[in-house]
Design a binder for this molecule. Structure first.
Ligand code: ADP
Ligand code: ASP
Ligand code: MG
Length: 406
């Protein structure tokens, strides 16, 4: 009997009526003869509220207690979903991360899954019981509850699908698939029937929150068939698949954005070997990830301005750290700027097509949008621009690359 994993995001379990609606999808899968595991998120807004309460108590909190608090949203919905399924006449029970167990490392608040014991779950499934698993959470070696980072229920679902050797992992959400760009910002965005793992990975890591990055990585490594679809409409969604399965390859397949980055500029940094290491070393030690970097040599060629981006959440810590080392680093000024967004165009076709970057720069120039930092890889180009230009930039690029829906 084929196994399926169905995951329901926050809006799909936002209240009892929606949980009932989600349960109908589960019932249908059971009646079609599948063994079904369900993964649920917290009700939409709940995790934000829990995080806000933790922050209200302390900015530099104990991450183990943060996890104890924020993991609770999924405990509620897993129980409610199991009860709803029982009311519909199905056999069902809820499973918390520690009960399975879904084992993770001890990196609290962004733990990585190390393994999922499937013996007990498999037995339950084989006995015809729907396993309703609380997403987003696991347990570390010291028996403490962990969470997998925001959006982590996607990762719970894909990891479970891999462990249970499910034929597919259906991610039910509030959009009916993966679009060429966030449909909430670009109304002309087009739904994709299929997207490659690689492109989905870039889209996710460059900000498209429709799937958590780690979930795509896992899907790609374990070749889990993932479908993104709506829990509110009955139609097929987007399949995440191998490159060979895509017949018509686009040069640019999508555009993503991230509001989560902030820019830092250090002016008049000495232009000598070892300076970059002196600046970025302490940031790395403090687990502050640096993403884009640009260096401008000044006219006298003796000093450079160094601009880079860090996560917005890390900006205060970054400024504090570099401020403390002003004397040893020997820069003139430190200028933080949280008012930026990163816009990225993505496509496997870029490997074989020239001119994609030029089209991006031209389009932004025509709209009078200044590019502050650029970074590229084999299948994407990212630019940092002022936050106020986000919508204008996304819509103009979407049209320029011929992505607009007919
Ligand atoms: P869930 O609570 O179901 O996990 P999320 O809010 O995490 O839902 O993800 C769905 C949202 O992702 C959509 O509402 C949409 O605004 C956003 N999104 C961003 N980029 C895209 C994209 N390229 N395609 C579809 N949705 C996207
Ligand atoms: N509830 C968690 C969050 O809001 C996990 C998830 O929804 O995927 O981040
Ligand atoms: Mg999500």
């Amino acid at each position: 009997m084929a196994r399926l994993v169905l995951k329901f995001g926050g809006t799909s379990v936002a209240n009892i009526e929606r949980i009932r609606n989600a349960a109908v999808h589960v019932k249908r899968a059971v009646e079609a003869g599948h063994e079904v595991a369900v993964v649920v998120s917290a009700m939409s807004g709940v995790t934000n509220q829990l995080v806000a309460w933790v922050n209200e108590i302390s900015k530099f909190y104990d991450p183990r207690e943060y996890d104890a608090v924020v993991a609770t949203g999924e405990q509620v919905t897993s129980g409610l979903m199991a009860l709803t399924l029982q009311e519909m006449g199905l056999k069902a029970r809820s499973w918390q991360g520690w009960q399975i167990p879904l084992r993770t490392d001890a990196t609290h608040s962004k733990a990585r899954i190390e393994g999922i014991d499937t013996d007990v779950l498999s037995a339950a499934l084989a006995a015809g019981e729907v396993a309703v698993v609380a997403g987003f959470q696991g347990v570390a070696e010291d028996a403490r509850v962990t969470t997998l980072g925001r959006g982590g229920s996607d990762t719970s679902a894909v990891a479970l699908a891999a462990a249970l050797k499910a034929v597919r992992c259906d991610i039910y959400t509030d959009v009916d698939g993966v679009y060429t760009c966030d449909p909430r910002i670009v109304p002309k965005a087009r739904k994709l029937d299929k997207i490659t793992y690689e492109e989905m990975l870039e889209m996710a890591s460059l900000g498209a929150k429709v799937l958590q990055t780690r979930s795509v990585e896992l899907a790609m490594n374990h070749r889990v068939r993932v479908q993104v679809l709506s829990s509110f409409e009955d139609k097929p969604g987007t399949l995440v698949v191998d490159e060979e399965e895509i017949v018509e390859k686009q040069v640019v397949s999508g555009i993503a954005y991230s509001r989560d980055e902030a820019k830092v500029t250090l002016t008049k940094v000495a232009d000598r070997p070892g300076v970059a290491a002196a600046i970025f070393g302490p940031l790395a030690d403090a687990a502050i990830n640096v993403d884009m970097i640009v260096q401008n040599i000044s006219d006298d060629r003796k000093a450079t301005d160094l601009t880079f981006t860090v996560g917005k959440a890390d900006l205060d810590r970054c400024v504090k750290l570099l401020g403390e080392q002003k004397a040893s680093l020997g820069y003139a000024e430190l200028k933080p700027d949280p008012n930026v967004v990163k816009v990225s165009v993505i496509g496997v076709g870029m490997r074989s097509h020239a001119g994609v970057a030029l089209a991006m720069f031209r389009t932004l120039a025509e709209k009078g949008i200044n590019i502050q930092v650029i970074s590229t890889s084999e299948i994407k180009i990212s630019v940092l621009i002022g936050a106020e230009y986000l919508e204008l930039a996304l819509r103009a690029l979407h049209t320029a690359y011929g992505l607009d829906a007919a």
